[in-house]
Design a protein around this ligand. Structure first.
Ligand code: AMP
Ligand code: MG
Length: 412
């Protein structure tokens, strides 16, 4: 199979996966899910014209000049209904959120008034019709679609759902994901430390990448580089919506993942993508499952997850935004010329007045997991780049932790 460009490989992956089914969840457990139904408002909000301030509901015709004295006919609190009509020369004391009484068409904030007695208030400023009145249905109108299917459920969306009293809702199902590591050299978490072995980090790093998307994956463990044992593990893994296999996808004689998946009926869509790190990435499907053969090198495995698995999982969950946000940053050092492959460079981000600044986190070897652990993002070097100079503007895909920064300034 030929070497695909990164964008072609991504296209093949996204064409091969589709939204999974729908399930219902309790509103209290719905954060991060994706709405599978459109939601309409079941009432006007506010339900009537309300005051936006604590103050006095007046007839604007009475306050065309100031100061003016008005007779207070009643007190209206939020939750009360007015009982009187405001007539010429009259007003009602009103609280924020309380309904505007009949006859009144403006509110004067209490700060713009003086109480002269229990019944008389002096209005110190003029007001126009509609001042400080929030009209009925201003926030939402009865029957109006307030949330479209495909909306990702954030705290703000949960607030809207609670407003329209949706206690149980339809969301897209999350994919069931299994993770398998392969390699005779691998040492499991509970195995004794053996200086000749390589600790299995990939299962855990991949697990965390999956968890960060709100999915709890199943760790199948470690399969030896043995076709029979591997087949057994892969068969179990194919029972899941998505199987992530790390290692054994390369050209070594003991790299059995591709021949074994093929024997199990997996239709291979591609093998080898023109990226660095992550070149020996394989991808295949069955009727019910997608299989990613991720390279064993720890950073390659994580980068392939970011670039190809993450968008696929998000598509399956109904997300409309499939990709990590990118920012433009200024490079603090040159990046050498490496033709022919899209390259992903681990960087950390700082900021100055001119914007983001990108600096390499250290060794860019595909085994240098520490430089991945320090990274805020992946600088994307296009395959046709002839190298990047210090000071050049570059595109950086943000990683998870990059959503936060050290300090903030409100510019008060
Ligand atoms: P492979 O893709 O199987 O040829 O493995 C490439 C490199 O990644 C080798 O040095 C492996 O030891 C290492 N490797 C493979 N699987 C894992 C894993 N699960 N955890 C950490 N390193 C791994
Ligand atoms: Mg191997």
């Amino acid at each position: 199979m030929e070497n695909l460009h990164a964008s072609e490989a991504l296209r093949v992956v996204l064409e091969s996966v589709s939204i999974l089914g729908v399930e219902t969840v309790d509103l209290k457990r719905s954060l991060g899910r994706v709405l599978a139904e459109s939601i309409s408002s079941n009432r006007d909000l506010p339900p009537y014209d309300v005051s936006m301030m604590d103050g006095f509901a007046v007839r604007s015709g009475d306050v065309v000049s100031a100061p003016t004295q008005l007779v207070i006919i009643e007190d209206i609190k939020a939750g009360d209904m007015p009982t009187k009509i405001v007539r010429t020369g009259q007003c009602a004391r009103i609280m924020t959120g309380a309904p505007i009484p009949q006859g009144a068409d403006a509110v004067i904030p209490v700060e713009e008034t003086h109480g002269l007695s229990a019944e008389i208030v002096q209005i110190d400023k003029t007001a126009k019709s509609g001042n400080y009145i929030r009209p009925q249905g201003d926030s939402m109108k009865n029957g109006e679609v307030v949330l479209q299917a495909g909306t990702e459920i954030t705290p703000g969306v949960i607030g809207v759902l609670a407003t329209v009293k949706v206690a149980v809702l339809s969301v897209y199902r999350r994919p069931r994901v299994a993770i398998l590591s392969t390699g005779n050299e691998l040492e499991g978490m509970s195995d004794p430390v053996d200086p000749n072995k390589i600790p299995n980090s990939n299962s855990y790093a991949l697990m965390a990448q999956v968890q960060a998307l709100g999915i709890e994956p199943v760790l199948l463990g470690i399969a030896r580089d043995d076709p029979i044992e591997l087949e057994e593990f892969l068969r179990r893994g194919l029972e899941y919506d998505v199987l992530l296999v790390s290692g054994g996808t390369s050209v070594g004689v003991h790299d059995y993942v591709r021949p074994t998946t093929a024997r199990l009926g997996v239709q291979m869509k591609f093998w080898r993508v023109a990226i660095r790190p992550g070149h020996p990435l394989a991808f295949g499907i069955t009727n019910t499952s997608s299989v990613f053969g991720l390279p064993g090198n720890p950073v390659s495995s994580m980068v392939c997850f970011e670039e190809f698995v993450l968008p696929a999982l998000r598509r399956m969950m109904g997300n409309q935004r499939l990709y990590r946000r990118t920012v433009t940053a200024r490079l603090t050092h040159p990046v050498r010329f490496n033709p022919g492959r899209t390259e992903f460079i681990r960087i950390y981000l700082t900021r100055d007045a001119a914007g983001y600044i990108a600096t390499s986190t250290g060794s860019q070897s595909s085994g240098a997991l520490l430089s991945m652990a320090k990274a805020d993002g992946l600088l994307v070097v296009p395959s046709d780049s002839t190298g990047l100079a210090e000071g050049e503007q570059v595109t950086v895909q943000l990683l998870d932790g990059a959503a936060f920064q050290d300090a903030i300034e409100f510019r008060e």
